[in-house]
Ligand binder design. Sequence first.
Ligand SMILES: [Zn+2]
Ligand SMILES: [Zn+2]
Length: 235
Amino acid sequence: MHEMTVNRRLFFNQNCNLCLLHPQTRAGLCHRCLADMPRIAPACHRCALPLEGTDGLICGRCQKRPPPFDHTFAAFAYRFPLSQLIPLIKYQGQTGHLGWLADSLACALQDYTGALPQVLIPIPLAPSRLRRRGYNQAALLAGRLGRQLGIPTDLHNLAKPRETAHQMELKGEARRRNLRGAFNWHDPAYDHVALIDDVMTTGTTVSEISRLLKKSGIRRVDIWVLARTPSPGEH
Ligand SMILES: [Zn+2]
Ligand SMILES: [Zn+2]
């Protein structure tokens, strides 16, 4: 390969993180891949599920039974390629993808006009799971996002002292029971926080944590995730 081509590749022409073919345009992706990313639009402001046949910003389900969190923002729908990428990040150590995914979330949040949280709080892993995996992908995501947006990350005040059964293996009430009392909150004086996670499926985990945080006096809890499962029963 000739020197100029090598130099161009090394120093200027960063290619798209997904197709590796075309130059990056925004958030680490080329035009085409960015346009093809799966999104939920329009999405409920409260839970980020599709707004189907509802006037306004809040879905019928949230109007009937408001969740304990105030706002959910998901950059993408949990479909291809996220459904391939996120398991690679979580279980195969391919954390390099978190960089451009965090940048995509930060980019999408630039259009968000609501009040920003004082602090980002990643959903913690139990110490035994963290030791096995070697990293918490939600904490890596929160760190990069916080640096991009200029918001501090709190890694210490929310903890999960013991491991619980995998939420994916449980249904409905069993999911809620599984997480009851699973998290500890050390109660620093915050007014508005955002919980950070890679994927939001049924919302049971973020609901459990939001209840705990609200009980301690936090006025507003937002949820920011890379991807939202478009229908809670879908995996
Ligand atoms: Zn591409
Ligand atoms: Zn909703």
